[in-house]
Write a protein of this length. Structure first.
Length: 295
């Protein structure tokens, strides 16, 4: 069947698409002159953020069809941001982060793609992670149904493709030592030894422990997966920078352990702690860290 380029404009409020796609939570979207290109669940899309809407293009069977559910779920355009922001602690740091980054959203990612992305992220900067991601897509990913002018033309490889390719090929995509971790994680997902789809049904501590049984997955990667797949909104990834920020801002620079920081984050930032973390992370990345203590 001939595929057609479909187009829709989805109304949104408080949605900064550019900040969201460039905030270090997703690595497969490419900025283009006409917006952003990427894919989810092997569905190609082109996105452009407007003042109160998101313009979406995708390949479908007829030009009048509805936006695919997987795209809308991924974007979370129907989520009301106000109650989430209102749940944040009202200290000076969070107020500043919200004022600067309002409209930043959490995306709901495909669990395998998210897990693989953050396994690949170890000791890498965002630009480098995107390069590895793109190389794997080009080498091992299925070709997407996309228009002739598309810049993103391959999906992220499925677990079976990674297992079939093996560690040597994955290394050739600049994955380095992470290649072995990725191949083994793919094997466990493929065989059903590890069930990604069950993480949302487990208490967060159990879900985190299950993820950390995978090679290359520590607490930070586990919490990224729990947060960015929508499994646990309270997950609060603590990397080196976030740990430093929390110690300086809330513990007067004392050397508080990572476990203590996670316990503090769970209490202080509430049920939407993951959203608060993303606002802090993106604010510091774009604007520099405000080191003043909370007031």
């Amino acid at each position: 069947m001939t595929m057609r380029l479909c187009h829709a404009i989805v109304p949104v409020q408080d949605y900064d698409l550019d900040a969201t796609l460039d905030s270090g939570q997703v690595f497969g979207f490419r900025a283009t002159p006409s917006g952003w290109e990427g894919s989810v669940s092997s569905c190609w899309m082109r996105l452009c953020g407007r003042d109160q809407s998101i313009e979406i293009e995708w390949m479908g069977n007829s030009t009048g069809e509805a936006v695919p559910a997987e795209i809308l779920d991924f974007l979370g355009a129907g989520v009301s941001l106000g109650p989430i922001l209102s749940s944040f602690p009202q200290d000076a740091v969070m107020r500043r982060a919200v004022a600067a980054c309002r409209g930043l959203r959490l995306l709901k990612q495909d669990p395998w793609t998210c897990l693989a992305s953050f396994i690949l992220s170890s000791t890498k900067q965002i630009t480098q992670i995107k390069q590895i991601y793109a190389a794997l897509c080009l080498r091992l990913g299925d070709r997407l149904r996309a228009p002739p002018d598309a810049e993103v033309r391959h999906a992220f490889p499925l677990p079976e493709a990674v297992v079939r390719a093996g560690e040597k090929v994955v290394r050739e995509c600049k994955a380095g030592f992470r290649a072995a971790y990725l191949v083994e994680a793919a094997r466990r997902v493929l065989t059903g030894e590890f069930r990604l789809g069950e993480l949302a049904n487990l208490p967060i501590a159990e879900a985190r422990a299950e993820l950390m049984n995978l090679p290359g997955v520590g607490p930070k990667v586990a919490d990224c997966v729990l947060l960015f797949t929508g499994a646990h909104a309270e997950a609060f990834p603590v990397d080196v920078w976030i740990a430093r920020a929390l110690r300086e801002l809330y513990f007067q620079g004392k050397l508080v352990s990572l476990d203590q920081l996670r316990e503090f984050a769970a209490r202080h930032f509430g049920p939407h702690g993951g959203y608060a973390q993303q606002y802090l992370f993106h604010y510091a990345r774009v604007h520099g860290m405000p080191w003043e203590a909370p007031a």
